[in-house]
Write a protein that binds this ligand. Sequence first.
Ligand SMILES: [Zn+2]
Length: 87
Amino acid sequence: MELRKCKNCGAFISSEDDFCTSCANTLSYNHTILKGFFDGAPTNIDSVSTVSSQTGVSPSIVENYMVANNMIDSSTLEKTSFANLPY
Ligand SMILES: [Zn+2]
């Protein structure tokens, strides 16, 4: 049997899923929060961290969600990630 690793926390999982049960539940919950947030036509969103601070969802999950929904492209994502590197 091939063991897979959860893409979020790295825990070993034996299913075909990308995430362990715990992370899948968390992600599902966070995506519900984000969907509600964006469906509410929010104003003055200028960055991933703004969304993160307003929803309480971690920035990496916000980034993935926004890329998956074509709200930002991966070049923006890359820039954001580099900007967050602690030098
Ligand atoms: Zn996990």
